[in-house]
Design a protein. Structure first.
Length: 459
């Protein structure tokens, strides 16, 4: 790192979220190239060479960048619909609309989703995209292009569905793929876009949608494909009581046992939601190190229930946070999920200690890195890790009277982002995105939402 250009951040509170939860009331971070070179209390060392930027971060907290572990970007252009529905009724209402998306719509929606997250401190995003209507264009490529333009680190969970209406599923038949077609397209996406390197900006996971929208063959062969290609696996699991009933009726077992029977438990797997998990399910996830993407706002929006996150953490289950699709979490922001995860998991008598502020921050950073398989590279501030970090402004009216900065970040209002670095490069500065025009994105997402609504209305 001797010849690398350096950024020096000083006079800030630091929450490293390392294994010891090391914190500094006033410290420094030195970034060299795309890596964290050093950090600690007090001022940065004297005599550093090639310092291209020195930041006086008084009144700020530095944390690892937030890591989003579950999302559906395309839903950005169907926000505000079916607002009083449970999951299955919501899907029935919206699948006929989603089945009309095309490449232009998907690109605009991905831009909107990514911009909102990045502006709120997300440095690693993911998208579970599983709707591929026939003739809709290169949807995966358009999503990856939007992520690259925004400047965030990105995992595309290439989804799929092969159980349409004629097979008892919910999506229209023209919006699902064949078994062979889904597997072939997924493999091609991995081979074209997945980067396995330490500082990869784009990775791909294999991600059949859910037990009730894919065949057993697609689940089983999808798992085999992912392991042959050396990539991770993602799906929805145990989100609602209706899903549990569906699995018992169709497969004669609950979702967790069904997933295990198809090869879908393991340290290379993470699942979204996992709301309805009994002790045996949690034990199975802990034993296999299967990860969970906790999506508190979406679970509340759809009245799915409250995931047993404190019990999962106590058992050793890796847990991160997810925005989920913006048709079930219209804000589209992950930093609000820190607060919502803490508050929702405290609901009920004598649960005031169910989660605390530092656990919530860990869920949104190191926990997310764990479930994406990147905890060696991101998710905590440590020398040698990638320089993905956020500088939160905590000296304004919204936070200045809260003495503890981590408490201010989690319990307080959404904090402004003064600086967000991804791979050592600035992506957000003083609350504004640097690589994309968010006003232009707002216009394009509005136009594409209206176009989609017109097309869907025409049948």
């Amino acid at each position: 790192m001797a010849a690398a250009q350096r950024i020096v951040i000083e006079n800030c509170a630091i929450a490293t979220v390392d294994a010891d939860d090391t914190e500094y009331a006033s410290g420094h971070v030195v970034v060299a190239g795309n890596r964290i070179e050093a950090l600690g209390s007090g001022k940065a060392p004297e005599g550093l060479e090639n310092v291209v930027r020195r930041i006086d971060a008084s009144g700020h907290l530095v944390t690892p960048g937030l890591v989003n572990t579950h999302h559906h970007f395309y839903q950005w252009i169907t926000r505000g619909l079916a607002t009083d529905h449970n999951l299955f009724d919501w899907l029935v209402a919206l699948y006929p609309v989603w089945a009309r998306i095309d490449e232009q719509m998907t690109y605009a929606a991905a831009q909107g989703s990514l911009a909102m997250m990045a502006r709120g401190g997300v440095t690693t995003a993911m998208d579970h995209h599983y709707v591929f209507p026939r003739g809709s264009g290169d949807l995966s490529g358009s999503i990856i292009r939007a992520a690259r333009e925004t400047g965030v680190r990105f995992t595309l969970a290439r989804g799929s569905m092969d159980r349409g209406e004629k097979d008892g599923g919910l999506p229209p038949d023209f919006a699902v793929e064949t078994l062979d077609g889904a597997l072939a397209a997924t493999e091609e996406t991995v081979r074209q876009h997945h980067d396995a390197s330490f500082d990869a900006m784009t990775q791909v996971a294999v991600a059949p949608c859910s037990p009730f929208s894919v065949s057993t063959a697609l689940l089983r062969q999808g798992a085999e494909l992912a392991r042959r290609l050396g990539v991770r696996l993602h799906t929805h699991g145990s989100e609602t009581v209706e899903e549990e009933k569906f699995c018992h009726e169709l497969f004669g077992m609950g979702p967790t046992d069904y997933f295990e029977s198809t090869g879908w438990l393991g340290e290379d797997v993470w699942m979204a939601h996992c709301v309805h998990m009994n002790d045996s399910d949690i034990a199975a996830f802990a034993r296999t190190k299967t990860g969970v993407a906790h999506c508190p706002s979406s679970n509340a929006r759809l009245a799915a229930g409250i995931a047993r996150v404190p019990d999962m953490l106590s058992a050793g289950v890796p847990v991160g946070l997810g925005v989920d699709g913006t048709a079930s979490n219209e804000s589209g922001e992950l930093h609000t999920e820190l607060r919502n995860a803490l508050l929702i998991n405290r609901l009920g008598a004598h649960r005031e200690a169910a989660l605390n502020a530092r656990q919530a921050l860990r869920l949104g950073t190191h926990g997310g890195a764990q479930v994406l398989g990147r905890a060696d590279q991101i998710g905590s501030l440590e020398p040698g890790k990638l320089a993905d970090l956020v500088l939160w402004k905590l000296d304004t009216l919204a936070h200045a009277s809260i003495a503890d900065p981590v408490t201010a970040l989690v319990f307080g209002a959404a904090a402004p982002v003064t600086l967000s670095l991804v791979n050592g490069e600035a992506v957000v500065e003083n609350g504004r995105l640097l690589h994309v025009d968010e006003d232009a994105i707002a216009r394009s997402t509005r136009d594409e939402a209206r176009r989609l609504a017109r097309i869907a209305a025409q049948g």
